[in-house]
Design a protein. Structure first.
Length: 435
C-alpha cells in the first residue's frame, strides 16, 4: 500500500513539472506496475489500455466533438449569437445575458467545454467591450458560459463518467438537466441585477432593434433548427431508441445537414472540423487509456484498501463521506483537467457510494457540478487559461479572477440546492428515461 500512497504525489509532481497529463499517468502507472507485476507489468498495462480503447460508450466522444466543430466552423454559432442578442438587447445587461444563453445553447450542441468558451469569447469580447462592459464582468460571463459545456446535456464529461461508473448515460444526462437549467437561470438573474445596478458605460444598443417579424424569422431559421437537433440527440438517448454513439452520430450528421442548408458547407470547412475532432478526441481518449492504466495499477498496489481503511477510520457517516469525496474532486480540479479528475475519482468513489446506498445519479450530478466549479476556480482555472489565449492585452489575469468569483458562488448555490433537494437530480430520470 505504500506504493499506492506514493502514486498521487508522483503524479502531481510530474504534472506540475509541465509533463502532459496522459504521459504523467502512463509513467507513474509503469513505474508502480513494475513494483507489483515485475516483467509482466507491460502485459497487464496493455490489458487496461485495450479495455479503454474498446469501450463502446466512449466512441460517442468523437461524434459529439465533431458535432460541435462543424457548428462552430460553419458559422452556425454566429447566427445563434445574433438571435440571442436580438431578443435580449432590451434587458439590463442584455449582451451578457445573450452570452450566457449562447453558452447554454451551444453547450447543448457541442458538449466540449474548451471549444464552447473559445468560440463564445471570440464573438462576445469585442461586442461587450464596445458596449462598455467592465473587463472583469466580460471575462466572468464568458468563462461561466463556456463552463456550461460541463452541465448542459449532452456533456462529454457525463458520457465518460457514466462509462466509468457503469451508469446509464441517459439517466445521468436526465439527472443533470434540472440542475443545469437552475444554474443557467441563476447566471441570467445575476447578470440582469448586475445590469440594473451597474449599467454598461458605453453604447447601450450594440445591435439595432429589429422588428418582431425579423426576430421571429431569425429564431425560426437559426435557433429552432439547432434546438430540434439537440432534442433529437437527447430524445433518442432518453427514450432508449439509440445508444450514446448512435445519438452522437445523429448530432454530427444533423450539424452537417444544417451547414449544407445554410450554404456554409465546404470541403475545407469539413477538413478543418475533422482536424479539430481528431486532435481533441485523441487527447481525451489517450488520457482515458492512461487513466485506466493508472487506476488499475493503483488498485493492484492496494489503493482501494487504503482508501477504504481511511474512510472507515474517519468515521464520517454518509454525509461526511460525500463531503470528503466532493472536496477531493474540487482539490484535484485545481491541478488536473476534468478528464483526469473523472478518471481518478470515479473508480475510487463509486464502490463506496453504492455500498452506502447513495443514489449514484445524485452523487454524479453533484460531482460534475464540483468539477465545473474547479474549472472556474483560480489559480489553476482552466477556463481562465482558455480565455487568456484569446483575450485582448487590456484584459488582465486579475480581472479574470475577479470576474469568475460571482459565478463560482452561484455554482456552489446550485450544488447546495441539489444536495438539499436530491429530487432535482433524481426526479427527471425516473420520469422520462425510456419513457
Amino acid at each position: 500500500m505504500s506504493v499506492a500512497a506514493l502514486m498521487f504525489p508522483a503524479l502531481f509532481a510530474l504534472v506540475l513539472a509541465g509533463i502532459p497529463i496522459a504521459f504523467s499517468l502512463a509513467v507513474v502507472s509503469a513505474g508502480a506496475g513494475m513494483m507489483v507485476f515485475g516483467d509482466r507489468a507491460f502485459a497487464q498495462l496493455y490489458g487496461s489500455f485495450y479495455s479503454a480503447a474498446t469501450n463502446f460508450i466512449l466512441a460517442a466522444i468523437p461524434m459529439f466533438v465533431l458535432m460541435g466543430a462543424i457548428m462552430e466552423r460553419s458559422g452556425i454559432a454566429e447566427r445563434l449569437f445574433g438571435v440571442m442578442q436580438a431578443w435580449t438587447r432590451r434587458l439590463p445587461g442584455g449582451l451578457a445575458v445573450a452570452t450566457i444563453a449562447m453558452g447554454a445553447v451551444f453547450a447543448a450542441a457541442a458538449g466540449v467545454v474548451g471549444a464552447v468558451e473559445v468560440m463564445i469569447g471570440m464573438m462576445a469580447i469585442p461586442a461587450m467591450q464596445r458596449a462598455g462592459y467592465r473587463n472583469s464582468l466580460t471575462a466572468g460571463t464568458i468563462c461561466a458560459g463556456g463552463s456550461l459545456g460541463t452541465m448542459i446535456p449532452p456533456s462529454v464529461i457525463a458520457v465518460m463518467y457514466a462509462s466509468l461508473a457503469q451508469l446509464s448515460v441517459g439517466e445521468l444526462l436526465a439527472g443533470m438537466m434540472l440542475p443545469g437549467l437552475l444554474m443557467v437561470g441563476l447566471f441570467i438573474l445575476f447578470l440582469i441585477l448586475q445590469g440594473m445596478a451597474f449599467p454598461p458605460a458605453g453604447d447601450a444598443e450594440p445591435v439595432p432593434d429589429l422588428p418582431l417579424a425579423e426576430k421571429l424569422r431569425m429564431t425560426l431559421t437559426s435557433l429552432l433548427p439547432v434546438c430540434l437537433l439537440v432534442v433529437a440527440v437527447l430524445g433518442s438517448l432518453l427514450a432508449g431508441i439509440a445508444s450514446p454513439t448512435e445519438a452522437a452520430s445523429v448530432g454530427a450528421a444533423g450539424a452537417a445537414i444544417l451547414s449544407v442548408a445554410y450554404r456554409r458547407f465546404s470541403l475545407p470547412m469539413l477538413a478543418d472540423a475533422l482536424r479539430i475532432t481528431v486532435r481533441i478526441s485523441a487527447m481525451i481518449l489517450l488520457i482515458v487509456a492512461a487513466g485506466t492504466m493508472f487506476m488499475g495499477t493503483f488498485a493492484a498496489n492496494g489503493g482501494s484498501k487504503l482508501i477504504r481503511e481511511a474512510v472507515a477510520a474517519a468515521g464520517l457517516g454518509d454525509a461526511g463521506m460525500i463531503l470528503l469525496f466532493l472536496g477531493i474532486v474540487l482539490l484535484l480540479g485545481f491541478v488536473l483537467d476534468w478528464t483526469a479528475n473523472v478518471l481518478i475519482c470515479v473508480p475510487l468513489f463509486t464502490p463506496f457510494i453504492r455500498q452506502a446506498g447513495i443514489d449514484p445519479v445524485w452523487f454524479a450530478t453533484m460531482a460534475i457540478i464540483v468539477i465545473q466549479t474547479s474549472y472556474l476556480t483560480p489559480p489553476m482555472a482552466s477556463s481562465i487559461f482558455y480565455l487568456k489565449s484569446i483575450a485582448p492585452p487590456d484584459m488582465t489575469y486579475g480581472q479574470m479572477c475577479r470576474g469568475v468569483v460571482p459565478f463560482i458562488l452561484l455554482q456552489l448555490a446550485t450544488l447546495a440546492a441539489v444536495a438539499l433537494w436530491p429530487g432535482l437530480a433524481t426526479w427527471l430520470p425516473s420520469q422520462i428515461v425510456g419513457f
